[in-house]
Design a protein around this ligand. Structure first.
Ligand SMILES: Cc1cc2nc3c(=O)[nH]c(=O)nc-3n(C[C@H](O)[C@H](O)[C@H](O)COP(=O)(O)OP(=O)(O)OC[C@H]3O[C@@H](n4cnc5c(N)ncnc54)[C@H](O)[C@@H]3O)c2cc1C
Length: 311
């Protein structure tokens, strides 16, 4: 209940332009920027530096060039070209080759065929270099389109691409079966968006129960599932079921967000588990940042401290 209200408030604030302008001015200031805890930087070079630090501590990474909901095909084309450039920068840097992206950043809101073609352009650039590309899952109006786009590029022969399933959605058991049958890798999350009761569980207990049930389905049949959560109860449930099924630690991975539960991230690596950190970067960091505040309003205190310190 509280979680839903908190998500609503922060998602509403995310749309306020003056707040966005103010945040942009201070949030990513060198050293003192309050958003730096959650965002690796505004440039690919900064994200690559962050990835190097993480790799030295035993983490995998997925670089996410932030941006979503572009309103024109020109902007979608620019984001696609940016991603192709990022592929080149990552190759030149020697860090792990793994990207996450959003289809609305590639024009899904404007024209699905163009967004699909933009994704194909990125895969064409990244696949020969051994990248894995994860299509993030956005809110429920995009679920079906996202799965359909993945199926289209899959039918074109691309295999180093996967997507995300949200345990909050009522449709997710069928979607997990669909992706298991395809053989595409799935990242399982609880879901970051506020969704109506017609399509999603509203109580955290139900979202958690669904997470565990879907984790079982994925451990049973998915080629390489990723469990993206900071919730120790979900992590323990995954570990316990994998142990029961006799699955080694190399058969799946945990994923967490940059700057969140770094203690838990390090503890899992110390236990020998694979942990991938999602490394967001870019100038369009505000909506992502606001979703993180909405998940845990205590983060606001952290941010305020940063702003006061800035003065
Ligand atoms: C790698 C990765 C990729 C993701 N990709 C997507 C995606 O494609 N689509 C999508 O809808 N969602 C995505 N998410 C977000 C996800 O859906 C949840 O909103 C988010 O992970 C919080 O849920 P939780 O599982 O950590 O559990 P919660 O029950 O929300 O949190 C469990 C505990 O984790 C800690 N925690 C959680 N969030 C925060 C935070 N913001 N700040 C500080 N502590 C926190 C707290 O200690 C909290 O008690 C992704 C998450 C991760 C880790």
């Amino acid at each position: 209940m509280f979680a839903a209200a908190s998500k609503a408030v922060f998602h509403g604030l995310a749309g306020l332009r003056p707040l966005q302008r103010l945040a942009s001015r201070y949030g990513m200031a060198p050293d003192t920027g309050f958003a730096r805890r959650f965002i690796a930087g505004e440039s690919a070079a900064e994200a690559i530096d962050a990835a190097r630090v993480l790799a030295a501590r035993g983490f995998g990474v997925s670089l996410d060039y932030l941006g979503e909901s572009v309103a024109t095909l020109e902007l979608a084309d620019a984001a696609t070209r940016d991603y192709v450039r990022i592929v080149e920068e990552v190759v030149a840097s020697g860090i792990e080759r793994n990207l996450s992206l959003k289809l609305t950043q590639l024009g899904l809101d404007v024209d699905r065929a163009t967004a699909t073609d933009n994704l194909r352009r990125i895969l064409e650039a990244s696949t020969p270099h051994g990248f894995f590309v994860r299509i993030d899952m956005e809110n429920s109006p995009y679920t079906e389109a996202t799965l359909a786009v993945l199926e289209t590029v899959w039918s074109l022969g691309y295999r180093d691409v996967g997507t995300v399933i949200q345990s909050c959605l009522l449709r997710s058991p069928a979607d997990v079966d669909r992706l298991n049958a395809l053989g595409a890798r799935v990242r399982l999350v609880k879901g970051a968006y506020r969704e109506p009761a017609s399509v999603a569980h509203q109580r955290m207990g139900e979202v958690n129960d669904a997470y565990v049930a879907l984790a079982h389905r994925l451990l049973d049949r998915n080629p390489y599932p990723a469990f993206a959560t900071h919730d120790p109860a979900m992590i323990d449930a995954v570990k316990a079921y994998a142990r029961q099924r006799g699955l080694g630690q190399e058969r799946y991975e945990f994923q967490m967000l940059y700057g969140i539960r770094r203690d838990l991230q390090a503890a899992l690596v110390a236990e020998g588990f694979r942990v991938r950190v999602y490394v967001p970067f870019g100038k369009e960091w505000f909506p992502y940042f606001m979703r993180r505040l909405g998940e845990r309003p205590a983060n606001v205190g952290f941010v305020l401290k940063g702003i006061l310190h800035d003065r």
